[in-house]
Design a protein around this ligand. Structure first.
Ligand SMILES: [Zn+2]
Length: 246
């Protein structure tokens, strides 16, 4: 049994019993964990206002072999701009779902936690459309699930003159000579691959506003989602909701 103090983001929460809440947290030192917040639904609870989804909190936990109990929670970032904008909120929920699906408990997650802080702070201030795409690429890269974007997966040739590039449902990126065997696939402009490369190589808070057409952005999203679906073996539920808003 021991007391722990850590930063954490609230990924989701659900009610249990008469007044309690189970909260799913993502912490840099603990990864994804569930903790019980006793009495959190009582009107005079000291958790009220702090334990909201998306908040970054300083949390105090009591750990036994069976479970974590949340003993204190002080929110220090609440992302008011995001919460007041339905599209930004839907993007942030996609980020939380991605974390929920890819993070494990008792795993040091400092790098990814810092990326999440960075991405939410950037969305809160800049509202750049490409930030969510960039975050998905970072998750793919950190988990080793992003194919090399500069070379054909099949013949290893560097993409240089190819005008059209094929991305298969198995997440292969193929040049014009190799695309014949691909069954299920999409075709994207070479600029999409270059944009993907840029987003992947640039720190999230330094991503510039880039001019792109609606069609190019939808191609980019489609390509990244093929890689994600291959990694997660499922579609993100929050993404479907977000499609209705755009
Ligand atoms: Zn090839």
């Amino acid at each position: 049994m021991r007391n722990l103090l850590t930063d954490a983001i609230v990924l989701k929460k659900f009610n249990i019993g008469e007044n309690d809440v189970i909260v799913v947290l993502f912490s840099p030192i603990l990864g994804r964990i569930e903790a019980k917040a006793k009495g959190a639904r009582k009107i005079n609870s000291h958790f009220i206002g702090h334990l909201e989804t998306l908040n970054i909190c300083k949390v105090q936990l009591y750990k036994t072999s069976a479970r974590y109990t949340l003993t204190d929670c002080q929110a220090h970032a609440t992302f008011k701009n995001i919460k007041n904008d339905l599209i930004l909120l839907s993007h942030s929920y996609i980020i939380l779902e991605l974390l929920y699906l890819t993070a494990y408990s008792n795993e040091n997650s400092t790098e990814i936690f810092n990326e999440v802080l960075n991405v939410l702070n950037t969305i809160e201030i800049h509202k750049t459309l490409l930030i969510l795409d960039a975050f998905k690429l970072k998750i793919l890269k950190l988990s080793g699930n992003l194919p090399l974007t500069s070379f054909c997966t099949n013949c290893q040739q560097k993409f240089s003159t190819d005008k059209t590039i094929t991305i298969t449902d198995e997440a292969q990126i193929l040049c014009t000579n190799c695309n014949i065997t691909a069954s299920q696939h999409i075709q994207v402009d070479h600029n999409i691959i270059r944009l993907m490369h840029y987003l992947n190589e640039t720190p999230i808070n330094e991503i510039k506003k880039i001019k792109f057409t609606k069609k190019q952005h939808s191609q980019l999203k489609e390509a990244i989602n093929i890689f994600l679906n291959n990694f997660l073996h499922q579609q993100l539920k929050t993404e479907e909701f977000s499609l209705h808003l755009n």
